[in-house]
Design a protein around this ligand. Structure first.
Ligand SMILES: [Zn+2]
Length: 259
C-alpha cells in the first residue's frame, strides 16, 4: 500500500473522529456558557441579598435610635413642665429642638433605606425567577452533553483503535507532516486530484482548484507522497476515476453514454 493510501485511511478515520468530537465539543461549550451565566446570577443574587440584609440591619438600628430619642423627648417634656424659670425652660426647649432635629434626620434616613431595601428585594425576586430558569437550562445542557458523550463513546473507542492500527504503519516523519497539515488545513489536509481533461493531461487540486502538473500526478500514481504545489494539501487519486471506470458500478461506461 502506498504511503498516500495509508495517509488517506488515517485521514478518513480522523475526519470521522473530528466530526464526532465536534458535536460533543459544541455541547460542552454550550454547557460552559450556561454555567458561567448561572454563576454570574449567583454572584448578583448574593451581592443583593447581602445588601438587603445590611439595609434591614441599618433600618432596625435607626428605628431603635429614633425610639430612644422619642423616650428622651417625652422625659424632657415632663421636666419642662417642672421648669422654674424662663431661662431653665428655654434651655429645655433648646435641648428638645436638638432631639427633634436628630430624630427627623434619622427618620429621613430610615425612609431612604426602606426605599432602597424595596428596590433591592424586587431585584432579588427578579433574579430568583431567572435563576430557576437558568438552573433548568444548565441541567438540560449537562444531560445533553452526557448523552452525546455516551453516544459517541463506543464509536470513538473503535475509531481510535483503528487509527492506532493505521498510524503505526506510517513513518513518524510522514505522520508528523500529516498532523501539521491537519492542524493548518483541517478537512482539506488531503484533497483528491480532479481530472479536467484526461487526454490533455489537465488536472486540478479539489481543495484549491488550481492546476496540478502532470508530473505531480505521475509521481502520485507512482506511489510518491505528493503535495498540491499551490495549497500544500496531500494529493490522492480516486482510483475509479483514474482507471476511467464508472464511479457507481465500477464498470466502463456504455458506448455513447459520453465517456
Ligand atoms: Zn491545492
Amino acid at each position: 500500500m502506498s504511503v498516500t493510501k495509508q495517509l488517506l485511511e488515517l485521514f478518513r478515520v480522523d475526519k470521522q473522529l473530528r466530526g464526532l468530537k465536534g458535536r460533543l465539543d459544541q455541547a460542552e461549550k454550550f454547557l460552559n456558557q450556561q454555567q458561567l451565566l448561572l454563576s454570574e446570577l449567583d454572584k448578583q443574587k448574593t451581592t443583593l441579598e447581602t445588601q438587603l440584609k445590611q439595609l434591614r440591619v441599618q433600618i432596625a438600628g435607626d428605628e431603635g435610635e429614633a425610639a430612644r430619642i422619642e423616650a428622651k423627648v417625652a422625659a424632657l417634656r415632663e421636666q419642662m413642665n417642672g421648669a422654674r424659670t424662663a431661662k431653665e425652660y428655654s434651655a429645655f426647649q433648646n435641648e428638645l429642638n436638638a432631639f427633634k432635629e436628630q430624630k427627623s434626620q434619622i427618620e429621613t434616613r430610615v425612609l431612604e433605606s426602606m426605599g432602597k431595601a424595596d428596590e433591592c428585594a424586587k431585584q432579588v425576586d427578579a433574579i430568583k425567577g431567572g435563576h430557576g430558569d437558568r438552573v433548568k437550562i444548565v441541567a438540560n445542557a449537562q444531560a445533553d452533553r452526557d448523552k452525546k458523550a455516551e453516544e459517541i463513546k463506543d464509536r470513538v473507542a473503535e475509531l481510535t483503535a483503528q487509527r492506532e492500527q493505521v498510524a503505526q504503519k506510517i513513518s513518524a516523519r510522514e505522520r508528523a507532516e500529516f498532523e501539521l497539515l491537519i492542524k493548518l488545513r483541517g478537512d482539506e489536509a488531503m484533497a483528491p486530484v480532479e481530472i479536467i481533461d484526461r487526454k490533455n493531461h489537465e488536472y486540478s487540486c479539489s481543495a484549491c482548484m488550481m492546476a496540478v502538473p502532470v508530473e505531480a500526478v505521475s509521481a502520485l500514481l507512482g506511489g510518491k507522497l505528493t503535495h498540491c504545489p499551490n495549497c500544500r494539501s496531500i494529493l490522492y487519486t480516486e482510483e475509479v476515476d483514474f482507471l476511467g471506470k464508472d464511479k457507481a458500478s465500477g464498470k466502463k461506461p456504455k458506448a455513447g453514454a459520453g465517456a
